[in-house]
Design a protein around this ligand. Structure first.
Ligand SMILES: Cc1ncc(C[n+]2csc(CCOP(=O)(O)OP(=O)(O)O)c2C)c(N)n1
Length: 606
């Protein structure tokens, strides 16, 4: 293809992305930024013989288009459609089924080492990693392992758009800025590349000469030279939207025969005005929008996140010891409002959940109360830090878990279905699961008042329901509906309360009496709930996490310890990886709907 055709291809792909993603929702901004970069990677490397890995995977749409999946974009992130991340079942061109950041360099290390060990070293490995994902500790563990002396065919493309969701901050971001700002450096390196391109045989030796020259230049304009000091060959910065420049550089990197870093500068949301004008997040992830304006087609109802956002800001006004921590997700977790009011008490650690949690233990030791706002699925990564740095040290740290339960479109790695099971085994930890906004506020305030142990409040994605009043509060547990007889007790966990009440209503029509109780705090579980179990013939626990080791398991253990003999059934998520689909479709599949639950209960009591 001639340059004009390649530029036309890039422009067609951009138009296609805007048209399709505006209808399905998805990661529009990141993909608009990697169009040329991905074209260049696929022209220089031969996937699937060469392995192309995308860190986080949210920016793999262009890769999907170039590897034969353009016709499936109407069903992007929809039931039976293609995933929003790479997926092995979709294509031999996909290797990592990701969504959690900062893993690609470790994958690259493993795959390339495996190729060396199995006589496949002619296969190249290319890892595309964002400047955001590079802030994650795993990336650095991988860099430390990627021996520069090795003969591995490995190219790391740093896709530097200066942003995670919001601008990437921290020492690494500053370092990349220094490299970017070296205009003179770009010009001289560019000349060097042209020189190299005109040399017939481009090999390690010639590259080495160039490299020596470049190193000298770099020392002049970017004295830190961090990547090179770590032992990597560094090429860049390159305009990531210049296909020819990217191709030339990747070709050089390919022929070098050892790990090379290609630093590409790109623009998130490139070519789409609404994304460029979105100062906060550059359309990192969008719902369904009008493609012309980028405006959402449906106004969104007040969410759980909004309730948290308001309340933590109010708590911040009342209590100057409260400090908020985010792992590069200020806006999505609702901490943006807190940060506007208390910039000095807001910490963005980058995509570094493990660091966030241990650092919170340190903050607690120093006398402040850290509140870590994080998506449920991302707490998985920091379990050891929660257990041994926070809980073992009796640190008063509050965890606020958004997106708990089945989340839907983002697939297996994004469902927040493990947090209840994981925190269930942390000594001293208290866990609250609010059924509505009023309970969220109440639990959050209590968490922040706990000074000598970790505590957590967890709530789902999406719209918060109207408050659900209790009939009676007994030892911290809320009775939501009292049936006429003591046949079935339905223990509803957190946001499942609305569905539980619906179950009781439908069951009543079938002459099945169901009492509904909400423990509010699920760890430790209120003794009132355990005592109630003794009075009912059948007890059912309804939760939106994995059944294995979840709240039903914890209750069953408490019953056993108390010597209470009752029949306990559990409704929740099976121990499986759940594919992407709409949340309600998944719940239907799992038979977690009011009608299906009534049917199950009817079967159990008959
Ligand atoms: C462990 C983990 N924490 C948080 C996230 C949420 N998240 C998704 S993309 C993203 C920003 C990624 O930034 P970058 O790597 O620079 O890619 P870009 O979107 O800018 O192309 C974040 C924080 C995640 N995917 N994984």
């Amino acid at each position: 293809m001639i340059p004009a055709e390649l530029n036309q291809l890039a422009s067609d792909i951009r138009e296609f992305l805007i048209e399709k993603v505006s209808r399905t929702g998805g990661h529009l901004g990141p993909n608009l930024g990697v169009v040329e970069l991905t074209i260049a990677v696929h022209r220089v490397f031969q996937s699937p013989r060469d392995v192309v890995l995308f860190d986080t995977g949210h920016q793999s749409y262009v890769h999907k288009i170039l590897t034969g999946r353009a016709d499936q974009f109407d069903l992007l992130r929809q039931r039976d459609g293609i995933s929003g991340y790479p997926n092995r079942r979709e294509s031999e061109h996909d290797v990592i089924e990701n969504s959690h950041a900062s893993t690609a360099l470790s994958w690259a290390d493993g795959v390339s080492r495996g190729f060396s060990l199995t006589g496949q070293s002619q296969r190249h490995v290319v890892a595309v990693v964002g400047d955001g994902a590079l802030t994650g500790g795993m990336s650095w563990e991988a860099l430390n392992n990627l021996s520069p002396e090795s003969d591995r065919n490995l190219v790391i493309v740093v896709n530097d758009n200066e942003r995670s969701y919001s601008p990437t901050i921290g020492g690494l971001a500053t370092y990349l800025t220094t490299l970017r700002a070296s205009k003179e450096y770009v010009r001289i390196v560019g000349r060097g590349e042209r020189m190299l391109h005109n040399t017939p045989v481009v090999g390690k030796y010639i590259y080495g000469t160039l490299h020596g020259m470049k190193k000298g230049i770099k020392d002049m304009v970017a004295p830190q030279g961090m990547f090179e000091d770590l032992g990597f060959k560094y090429l860049g910065p390159i305009d990531g939207h210049d296909i020819a420049a990217m191709e030339k550089t990747l070709q050089m990197a390919k022929e070098f025969g050892a790990p090379v870093i290609v630093h590409a500068i790109t623009e998130k949301g490139r070519g789409y005005t609404p994304a460029i004008e979105d100062i906060a997040e550059k359309f990192h992830a969008v719902g369904i929008v009008d493609p012309a304006t980028g405006k959402p087609l449906k106004a969104s109802a007040p969410s759980w996140t909004n309730v948290f956002s308001e309340e933590i800001t109010q708590i911040g006004r009342e209590n100057s010891k409260v400090v908020a921590i985010t792992a590069a997700m200020l806006g999505p977790t609702g901490l943006d409002k807190f940060s506007q009011n208390f910039p000095d008490r807001t910490i963005d650690v980058g995509i570094a959940e493990q660091h966030a949690v241990t650092s919170a233990a340190g903050l607690a030791y120093a006398g402040v109360h850290p509140v870590i706002a994080i998506y449920s699925t991302f707490l998985n990564r920091a379990f050891d830090q929660l257990l041994l740095d926070v809980a073992l040290h009796n640190a008063g740290v509050t965890f606020v878990l958004d997106r708990a339960g089945i989340t839907g479109d983002d697939g297996p790695s994004h469902h927040g279905i493990w947090d209840l099971a994981l925190t269930g085994i942390v000594p001293n930890m208290r866990v609250g699961a609010p059924r509505d906004g009023a309970r969220l506020k109440e639990i959050l305030r209590e968490c922040v008042s706990i000074e000598n142990a970790p505590s957590m409040v967890r709530f789902p994605k999406g719209a918060v329901p109207a408050d659900i009043p209790a009939v009676e509060r007994i030892l911290g547990a809320d009775l939501l509906h009292r049936a006429d007889s003591k046949k079935v007790l339905l223990i509803s966990i957190g946001a499942m309360a609305g569905m539980a009440l619906e179950v009781a209503k439908i069951a009543k029509e079938r002459s099945i009496d169901i009492t509904v109780v909400d423990p509010v705090w699920v760890k430790p579980i209120s003794p009132a709930v355990i005592a109630m179990c003794a009075d009912y013939a059948t007890v059912v626990v309804l939760e939106d996490g994995i059944k294995h080791a979840g709240i039903a398991s914890a209750i069953s253990e408490s019953l056993r310890d108390a010597g209470i003999d009752c029949t306990l059934h559990s409704i929740g998520v099976p121990l499986e990886f759940i594919e992407h689909s709409k949340r309600n479709e998944i719940l239907e599949d799992l038979e977690i709907t009011p009608a299906a639950i009534v049917q199950q209960i009817a079967g159990w009591i008959s």
